[in-house]
Design a protein around this ligand. Structure first.
Ligand code: S3P
Length: 429
């Protein structure tokens, strides 16, 4: 268990950085490359632990994958190129690896066992295993296939028309991936639009995807063709610096090449609504995903309400938005975010408990939290509880706290951002 001490910054954060590659897109680039025919090359791959878990699982499934820093080559041999693994598939801390891989395995005629860490063991899997079972896959695990360890034997599956109770890209993606090798058409409808990287990237890999509002369909018997993927910077990683620059006095920071997919950019809308001085330049589309440079400086902020359809567009940013809200004048109310309870930790509980330790005035509600600002943070000892985004949110809080912030289990940060503290240092030189 490692500990990290973060102190307040006196002279502001200044300069520019390029945040690492998008985690969701890096996972998909490897998985889709593994089931495609031919050599897929990936640039800007996120070398975080989660995406390395994806590489390790697909290697165990017989796929040849080479990685050198942020460049990855996947030698796909098509769907039938996957083979029965002799070892357990360990997903580590990664929910995306677990759920999307289950969707792929659902149509493979062999047996696999999937496990992960303590956090994965608590995360609900029946949201994907139930529909995959309904399509014809054999899946078992604790509580009838809701929790890891899971065993799966895929086979000939039938298309499904599935209406998801939750707006979840992992659920949508798992079912669509199984649909690609099922009989007939598979359709997924969600209550609000979750991130659409799967839909965009499948098209880039030559798959026909039909989209109609909140509904996506694919026909069965579809194969993928190898591709060259350029991974944009992760807006969820950029979020820590956007917030830090907005609240650390005398800051002026530019983040280059950040993914601006509208299903992910809720943090930009919130920063603007709170009054942050933020400019978006150099907008372009790379490999089917919009990117831009983001410049932000220290700003006077006001509290806002965050609820409804924007929630899936910023769900991973809520821990750091809570830190932002401690520095905004007035009340910030976050609603409709019960999904926070089933992330790497229960993020309603962990955000509220850890920010409270630092002197913030924040209360948990059934589906979110209320943050009262603006409030000077005192500093103190906090825990990431093994959740990368809690660790980084606390580090950002440390940059404006009166005393030091000691973060326990800070090693969790390398799940999505191994160079996080180095990038903060770059902005203090
Ligand atoms: C992800 C989807 C989101 C997000 C997670 C990554 C993905 O979860 O919170 O960090 O890569 O598909 P949902 O499945 O709840 O949308």
């Amino acid at each position: 268990m490692s500990k990290k001490i973060v102190q307040s910054i006196n002279n502001g954060l200044k300069g520019h950085i390029q945040v690492p590659g998008d985690k969701s897109i890096s996972h998909r680039a490897v998985m889709f490359g593994a089931i495609a025919k031919g050599k897929t090359t990936i640039e800007g791959f996120l070398s975080g632990e989660d995406c390395l878990s994806t590489i390790s699982c697909f290697k165990k499934l017989g796929v040849s994958i080479e990685q050198s820093g942020d460049r990855v080559t996947v030698d796909g041999r098509g769907w039938d190129g996957l083979s029965e693994p002799t070892e357990i598939l360990n997903v580590g801390n990664s929910g995306t690896t677990t759920r999307l891989m289950l969707g792929i395995l659902a149509t493979r005629p062999f047996h696999s066992v999937v496990i992960g860490d303590d956090s994965i063991a608590k995360r609900p899997m029946s949201r994907v295993t139930d529909p995959l079972k309904a399509m014809g896959a054999e899946i078992d695990g604790r509580e009838n296939g809701n929790y890891t360890p899971l065993s799966i034997r895929g086979g000939q599956t039938k298309g499904i028309s599935f209406t998801s109770k939750v707006a979840s890209a992992q659920v949508k993606s798992a079912i669509l991936l199984a649909g690609l090798q099922s009989e007939g058409v598979t359709t997924v409808t969600e209550p609000a639009l979750s991130r659409d990287h799967t839909e965009r990237m499948l098209e880039a890999y030559g798959v026909k995807v039909i989209r109609d509002g909140l509904t996506v369909s694919v026909e069965g018997s579809q194969s993928l063709k190898a591709n060259h993927i350029i991974v944009p910077g992760d807006i969820s990683s950029a979020a820590f610096f956007l917030v830090a620059a907005a609240i650390v006095p005398n800051s002026q920071v530019t983040l280059t090449g950040v993914g601006m997919n509208p299903t992910r950019s809720g943090i930009i809308d919130v920063l603007r609504e709170m009054g942050a001085s933020l400019t978006v330049t150099n907008e372009k589309v790379v490999g089917g995903e919009p990117i831009a440079d983001l410049a932000i400086e220290t700003s006077q902020l006001r509290g806002v309400e965050i609820s409804g359809e924007i929630i899936p567009r910023l769900i991973d940013e809520i821990p750091v938005i809570a830190v932002l809200a401690t520095q905004a004048n007035g009340k910030t109310v976050i609603k409709d975010a019960e999904e926070l309870k089933v992330k790497e930790t229960n993020r309603i509980d962990t955000v509220v408990s850890e920010l409270t330790k630092l002197g913030a005035q924040v209360e948990a509600t059934e589906d979110g939290m209320i943050i009262h600002g603006s409030q000077k943070l005192t500093g103190g000892e906090v825990d990431s509880y093994g959740d990368h985004r809690i660790g980084m949110a606390m580090a950002v809080a440390g940059l404006i706290s009166e005393g030091e912030v000691l973060i326990k289990r800070s090693e969790a940060i390398s799940v999505s951002y191994p160079t996080f503290f180095e990038d903060i240092m770059k902005l203090t030189l």
